[in-house]
Design a protein. Structure first.
Length: 95
């Protein structure tokens, strides 16, 4: 599938930044049985989750996110520099 067709079919139309559409249950349409079906080619929004600026603003938001995302705080610890690099990549994509 070409990138253009993928964007037309699976990304929000008309948004400045490309975001994957959600399924009817609010979860990612590519998440099936707790496994990403496009993991090797997942977009930046997925590669950087949960380290999004809005999730890192406060410990309250992190705890709130953890309440419905079973993977939060379960994987390896990441150095702050690594998280900063992810956030920098997100800012560059936004420009």
């Amino acid at each position: 599938m070409s990138p253009v067709v993928f964007k037309e079919k699976y990304c929000l139309a008309g948004s400045e930044k490309e975001y994957l559409i959600d399924g009817t249950d609010g979860a990612c349409i590519f998440l099936q049985e707790n496994h990403c079906q496009i993991y090797l080619v997942r977009p930046l929004q997925c590669r950087t989750f949960p380290f999004w600026p809005e999730n890192l603003k406060s410990s309250f938001r992190w705890k709130q996110l953890k309440s419905y995302c079973p993977g939060i705080d379960e994987g390896p610890l990441h150095p702050g520099e690594w998280i900063e690099d992810l956030m920098q990549a997100q800012k560059q994509e936004d420009q």
